[in-house]
Design a protein around this ligand. Structure first.
Ligand SMILES: [Zn+2]
Length: 72
Protein backbone atom coordinates (compact mmCIF):
# COMPACT_ATOMS: atom_id res chain seq x y z
CA UNK A 1 0.00 0.00 0.00
CA UNK A 2 1.29 3.39 -0.97
CA UNK A 3 2.09 5.84 1.76
CA UNK A 4 -0.37 8.72 1.91
CA UNK A 5 1.34 12.10 2.33
CA UNK A 6 0.18 13.95 5.44
CA UNK A 7 -1.11 16.93 3.50
CA UNK A 8 -3.17 14.68 1.25
CA UNK A 9 -4.60 12.80 4.23
CA UNK A 10 -5.43 16.04 6.02
CA UNK A 11 -7.09 17.43 2.92
CA UNK A 12 -9.18 14.29 2.49
CA UNK A 13 -10.39 14.39 6.09
CA UNK A 14 -11.04 18.12 5.78
CA UNK A 15 -13.11 17.84 2.60
CA UNK A 16 -15.02 14.61 3.27
CA UNK A 17 -15.29 15.35 6.97
CA UNK A 18 -17.75 18.15 6.23
CA UNK A 19 -21.07 16.69 7.30
CA UNK A 20 -23.04 18.99 5.02
CA UNK A 21 -21.98 17.13 1.90
CA UNK A 22 -22.93 13.67 3.11
CA UNK A 23 -26.74 13.65 2.61
CA UNK A 24 -26.47 14.66 -1.03
CA UNK A 25 -23.66 12.32 -1.91
CA UNK A 26 -24.36 9.32 0.25
CA UNK A 27 -27.53 8.33 -1.61
CA UNK A 28 -25.44 7.65 -4.70
CA UNK A 29 -22.99 5.37 -2.91
CA UNK A 30 -23.14 1.62 -2.43
CA UNK A 31 -22.70 -0.01 0.98
CA UNK A 32 -19.11 -1.00 0.22
CA UNK A 33 -18.29 2.51 -0.99
CA UNK A 34 -19.64 4.11 2.16
CA UNK A 35 -17.70 1.64 4.27
CA UNK A 36 -14.52 2.41 2.35
CA UNK A 37 -15.00 6.14 2.76
CA UNK A 38 -15.98 5.92 6.42
CA UNK A 39 -13.07 3.58 7.07
CA UNK A 40 -10.64 6.02 5.54
CA UNK A 41 -12.03 8.93 7.55
CA UNK A 42 -11.86 6.90 10.77
CA UNK A 43 -8.28 5.90 10.00
CA UNK A 44 -7.44 9.57 9.55
CA UNK A 45 -8.94 10.39 12.93
CA UNK A 46 -12.20 11.87 11.64
CA UNK A 47 -14.32 9.33 13.50
CA UNK A 48 -17.25 11.70 13.92
CA UNK A 49 -17.44 12.27 10.19
CA UNK A 50 -17.12 8.54 9.55
CA UNK A 51 -20.06 7.80 11.79
CA UNK A 52 -22.07 10.55 10.13
CA UNK A 53 -21.51 9.04 6.68
CA UNK A 54 -22.54 5.62 7.97
CA UNK A 55 -25.62 7.02 9.70
CA UNK A 56 -26.72 8.88 6.59
CA UNK A 57 -26.21 5.79 4.49
CA UNK A 58 -28.02 3.43 6.86
CA UNK A 59 -31.05 5.72 6.60
CA UNK A 60 -31.17 5.12 2.84
CA UNK A 61 -33.91 2.80 1.62
CA UNK A 62 -31.60 0.91 -0.71
CA UNK A 63 -29.14 -0.01 2.00
CA UNK A 64 -29.11 -3.79 2.22
CA UNK A 65 -27.56 -3.69 5.68
CA UNK A 66 -24.97 -6.05 4.29
CA UNK A 67 -22.12 -4.38 6.11
CA UNK A 68 -18.93 -5.98 7.27
CA UNK A 69 -18.76 -4.09 10.55
CA UNK A 70 -16.61 -1.34 9.12
CA UNK A 71 -13.68 -1.76 11.48
CA UNK A 72 -11.83 1.19 13.07
ZN1 LIG B 1 -25.60 -0.19 3.37
Amino acid sequence: MAHIPDDVAERFAEVFGVSDCAPEVVSALQCSEVEALAGMLAALGATGAAENWRAEHLAEEDCTDDHQGGGA
